[in-house]
Design a protein around this ligand. Structure first.
Ligand code: MTE
Ligand code: CO
Length: 432
């Protein structure tokens, strides 16, 4: 699939000679060599022994009361959500991005979950909060948060991906970092009540076919969700990763719509109306539809297709050693189930290797993968390809564009390429 002379960098191309070098280098690698002969290439820093007392062992440290709510080490101050200033006109209708290259495992810490708001963060006093169900129900109902906490609880881990994740990359490699190309995703454990249970309490009328969640923020965001999904695995969540939702993630209550585009996961939810037809709200007509080459638009593109990205190395996380044992890592997910396999190439698709999936594997959740190899210090073209439990294979950018054209913003789940240079720096590129 890779034509070495047809590579496009985010800043306008890389020379043919450069990429030929990368491909040739890649051919020589074999994972087994790493384990058979690690000597010389071992991941250690030969240094002198520790001979003097270091600063931190010579005085007492802070007591237990110093930080009632703990925060990361000051040396981790660079691990933050970031935005792209030119992308949006105002910070209230904007987005920032999860620093995927700085994270491990599959759980996103609450303070690092990307935020996407259309009207800023609503600050809701939980004592005044109310949630209502109306429309085609036997008994319209209003709940407080405490009422909802008297329903049986569920704990589930799901990814939330904005449909616009990777949207800036449709027309070519653009943003230099997986935080920016893929960071409109987070993966947390939600606690709450199943939406089915609450709808049953209100009693669905026989002609009920759709539900419309509506936000209590200034954007009053609303979407149409078919009843089969509402009764399947949706949740009304009040906690994430063990603590109350953060204000920016919808405190005190948000809708969880597993595997479906993030826009439907209404935050600060104040109401669900039950109806017999979709509402055709702004967010499912003028937005969150996909304009095809023939001028028609796809609508109701709810499911998030299988996708993956290599988080390390990546442009914000270059390789710091000259050569030798190297850990490649990344994340993969699918809106249709589990990720059953991830393939990795380091030579732009000439050779594919099965990555090692590590950590828990849940439906519609992030999965963590690794590929360890012995780097000979020459340029590389890194790609990962996810395969989900339905057998769906993540497409190349060319394959995706053949079907969807160049006009789209949403639902770009194409394979990402990183170009690793000999000095360890990494750049966002495309190959075809
Ligand atoms: N809900 C409300 N009420 N208002 C919003 O602006 N943004 C939506 C969705 N729910 C939004 C909302 C979009 S587009 C996405 S991608 C997700 O929330 C983002 O959730 P997060 O901020 O927790 O990452
Ligand atoms: Co979104």
């Amino acid at each position: 699939m890779s034509k070495p002379d047809n590579i496009r960098g985010h800043s306008g191309g890389v020379s043919r000679r450069h990429i030929l070098g990368a491909s040739a280098a890649g051919m020589a690698f074999a994972a087994t060599r790493v384990y058979a002969n690690p000597a010389g290439d071992a991941p250690t820093t030969p240094d002198k022994a520790i001979t003097e007392l270091q600063d931190w062992s010579q005085a007492l440290g802070d007591g237990v009361d110093a930080k009632p709510y703990g925060v990361p080490s000051k040396y981790e101050a660079g691990v933050v959500r970031r935005n792209v200033e030119w992308l949006t006109a105002s910070p209230q209708s904007s987005v920032n991005f999860t620093p995927l290259h700085d994270l491990e495992g599959i759980i996103t810490p609450n303070g690092l979950c990307f935020e996407r708001h259309h009207g800023g963060v609503a600050e809701i006093n939980p004592a005044k909060f109310r949630f209502m169900i109306n429309g085609l129900v036997e008994k319209p109902m209003v709940f407080t948060i405490d009422d909802l906490k008297r329903f049986p609880r569920e704990n589930r881990i799901f990814f939330l991906e904005c449909a616009a994740n990777s949207g800036m990359e449709w027309r070519g490699a653009q943003l230099n970092g997986c935080q920016f190309t893929h960071g409109m995703i987070h993966n947390v454990m939600y606690t709450g009540v199943s939406l089915k249970r609450v709808l049953e309490e209100a009693g669905l009328k026989t002609n009920a076919k759709w539900v419309m969640p509506e936000g209590g923020d200034s954007a009053a965001m609303n979407r149409s969700i078919p009843l089969f999904k509402a009764l399947d695995d949706c949740m009304l969540a009040y906690a994430m990763n063990g603590e109350a939702l953060r204000p920016e993630q919808g405190y005190p209550l948000r809708l969880v719509v597993p595997g479906w585009e993030g826009n439907m996961w209404v935050k600060w939810i104040r109401r669900i109306e039950v109806g017999d037809m979709p509402w055709h709200a702004r967010e499912e007509t003028s937005k969150y539809t996909d304009l095809m080459e023939n001028g028609n638009a796809r609508r109701f593109t709810w499911e998030m297709d299988a996708k993956s990205v290599i988080t390390n190395p990546s442009p914000q996380a270059p390789i710091k050693h000259k050569k030798g044992f190297t850990v490649l890592s990344g994340v993969a997910w699918s809106g249709r189930g589990k990720v059953s396999r991830v393939d990795v190439t380091i030579d732009g698709g000439k050779n594919w290797h099965t990555a090692r999936l590590d950590g828990p594997s849940f439906d519609k959740s992030m999965h963590r993968f690794y590929y360890e190899f012995d780097w000979n210090g020459e340029p590389l073209l890194l790609q990962s390809r996810a395969i989900d439990s339905t057998g769906y294979v993540q497409p190349t950018k060319d394959e995706l564009r053949q079907v969807r054209g160049y006009n789209s913003i949403y639902h770009n789940n194409a394979i990402q390429t990183w170009h690793v240079k000999a000095n360890g720096e990494v750049e966002n590129v495309e190959i075809s």
